[in-house]
Design a protein. Structure first.
Length: 112
């Protein structure tokens, strides 16, 4: 089980891990903290991808990344039970934004 757990966290880029730690004011380096944060990032990305309806790029600035930072913050504080309620409007906005962009790109005729 532990091997599978680590495999799921490996895709988290080193830069994203550092950015999230910086956001959380984690100024120290240790393996246990990094594993916990990586796990929260992986769980948050899976959750947000589900809410968004498609995978997002969390390495670039934008609403998905901002929500991921907050998801990890709530997770670290054992408050995930209130995350969705507190961010419901932004979660819906993230999904709506993706759907609008997909619709717009599908509506543009080829060659224009």
């Amino acid at each position: 089980h532990r091997h599978q757990e680590l495999m799921n966290r490996d895709p988290v880029s080193a830069q994203l891990l550092e950015d999230v730690k910086n956001y959380l004011n984690i100024t120290w380096d240790d393996d246990a903290t990094d594993r916990k944060v990586r796990g929260l990032i992986a769980a948050g990305a899976a959750y947000l991808d589900l809410k968004r309806g498609a995978p997002a790029d969390y390495d670039v600035d934008g609403l998905p990344r901002s929500l991921l930072m907050e998801y990890v913050h709530y997770g670290r504080d054992d408050a995930l039970d209130v995350f969705e309620h507190n961010y419901q409007a932004l979660l819906l906005s993230m999904r709506h934004d993706r759907e609008v962009k997909e619709y717009a790109s599908a509506s543009i005729p080829s060659g224009e």
